[in-house]
Write a protein that binds this ligand. Structure first.
Ligand code: CTP
Ligand code: CA
Length: 222
């Protein structure tokens, strides 16, 4: 009964969400990764679907898939980029909750790297910035980015909002306890392209997702 009562303020909207940290191959048995659990992205997918959106979740992790959500499994930043760009023209909103690796090994080895010397150097090359590319291509889509910072949160988040041409930027200070990677809770500030800001208290990732979806629904109405 509770599901039936949920407000349907995202009814008919196509929303693409990315979740989890990308894994960049070093060799057949190893990867470079990060601490993203994917929980924020999955909470957003569950809430958006409950509020009536058609949700596609491009994900690097295998958490339980929320009801009504279409899952697209990916592993690397390049795979995530393909999955997102190929669907971009058909969506109303993209939420980039994923922690995309900024760099990948230049030449992943076909065979397992054996240990030899005391030191090992792996050369890395920058990955494409998916959100920035979306910001350059967007034609009416609403773009929602995340920024996980350990210091100067406000300044870096504002810079990302502008540099990536996003409409909403969800900033969190991952140096605080209970915030960000792997936790059940989050404390975020929502910045918007018109200079607005909303400071939310520490709350569950589902509650944060509800607040983000409310801001998205407001933006879509205007
Ligand atoms: N992002 C992306 N593609 C990348 C890197 C980041 O789409 N190659 C997206 C993330 O999904 C997030 C936003 O950009 O929504 C900000 O990511 P973040 O790592 O905080 O910022 P960067 O621009 O990568 O800058 P830095 O890591 O140096 O702070
Ligand atoms: Ca980054």
């Amino acid at each position: 009964a509770r599901v039936l009562q949920a407000k349907q303020d995202l009814a008919g909207k196509q929303i693409l969400i990315t979740a989890g940290g990308t894994r960049e191959a070093v060799d057949p048995v190893r990867f470079l990764g990060n601490r993203s659990s994917g929980k924020m992205g999955y909470a957003l997918a569950a809430v958006a679907a409950r509020r009536g959106a058609k949700v596609t979740l491009v994900s690097t992790v295998s958490l339980p898939v929320p009801a009504g959500v279409q899952i697209v499994p990916v592993e690397t930043a390049l795979e995530m980029r393909d999955a997102v760009l190929s669907r971009f023209n058909d969506v109303d909103v993209v939420i980039k909750a994923a922690a995309v690796a900024d760099y990948r090994p230049v030449a992943p080895q076909a065979q397992k790297i054996k240990k030899h010397d005391e030191h090992l150097t792996i050369e890395l090359v920058k990955n494409p910035d998916i959100l920035k590319e979306l910001g350059e291509r967007k034609r009416g889509q609403l773009l929602v980015g995340f920024a996980a910072e350990t210091h100067e949160v406000e300044r870096f988040a504002q810079e990302k909002l502008q540099k990536k041409n996003a409409d909403l930027l969800i900033a969190n200070d991952v140096a605080q306890p209970g915030v960000g990677f792997g936790t059940e809770t989050n404390q975020v500030t929502i910045l918007d392209r018109n200079g607005g800001r909303e400071d939310l208290p520490l709350m569950s990732k589902t509650e944060v997702a509800e607040a983000i979806c409310t801001r998205i629904a407001q933006f879509l109405r205007n």
